[in-house]
Design a protein around this ligand. Sequence first.
Ligand SMILES: [Zn+2]
Length: 371
Amino acid sequence: MPKKKISKEKSIRRTKHLTELAICAALLIIGAVGVKGVMDRSNTVSTNSYKDKADVEVTEPTEVSTEEFDPNKIIYTSKSVKTKDKFAGDLILVNEDHQYFTSGNEDLVGIYDANVERGLENVFSTVDSSYTILRAAYEPMADMIKAFYDEYQLDTLVIYGSYRSTAFQQQLYEADLAETGEDDSTRVAKPGYSEHETGYAFDFSLYYDDHYADYDGTGDYSWFNGNCWKYGFILRYPESKSDITKIQYEPWHFRYVGVPHAFYMAKNGICLEEYETLVEQHPYSGEHLEFTVDGGKHIEVYFVPSDDGAEETTVPVPTGYKYEISGNNYSGFIVTVYKDEKITAEVETAPAETQPDETEVPEETEAEPQE
Ligand SMILES: [Zn+2]
């Protein structure tokens, strides 16, 4: 199958090449005749109108040889993905209806240690050195806080919540029940249902004058509300969406989803639940969700339902473009295509005979390598 695709691509390229040659030849002729026309005019010969008509006739052959070739058209190929990987990735939805299924091997980093490594220990802190977060979320989180610090010189931010094991979530839940005397908690998510268990979320608090204070996202801190998407984060529980998220307004809770998706949600004022539904309405077989991120990146997003009866699900992926795959944690996979980021030196340059390869390796699937 890869061979077939390549030879098809070659023939398209050849056609394109021929078309370009024809256009060049026509342009040369037009150029020559044009120069001649100017010279004729400067010689004050009175046959200009006749010559202009002749020019028009010369251009016709280019139109005849034009073939349909759209260099922006994406060619897709099939990729096998483990069906259970729909429970992993930076776009998984975890809420009271959708439990988080841990793989047991989250790639975590110690925030305190990583801060020391990056020289950020005086920029922001954690409650203690045991706090961890997914590696995929640490760098953008640290970059974001550093950008804020550079702007306001405030070193008051503390990571008050980050990755929690399900056992720790259980402790928090039981402690809250003990405190309130209720059967259910409205403040702490049930074990298995907290976004903190994914490692993609963190909570801010403030520390100054020797005490902690609630982070409310106002004043200088409102910078995060407007800029977090640039680092791939969303304000996960906005005030206006608590009827959908079923969680009260939490100005301190941020969730990593990746820049394009964070941008789309922020600009369109929708929460993660709404976004997941929107993406499901853009399946691979239908119209894809296309948008341009502020700053110019062109993004295409589509949904592929999981083949729940099978070990593997076939996911169409673009050839020659950077893409990411994430599960949505319940019904399938979301593919994100970065249409400005062409991946070179593979299909187009590699000799097809030597390597029956599967083009590029996606960066984002949490899973073990499959090829
Ligand atoms: Zn939180």
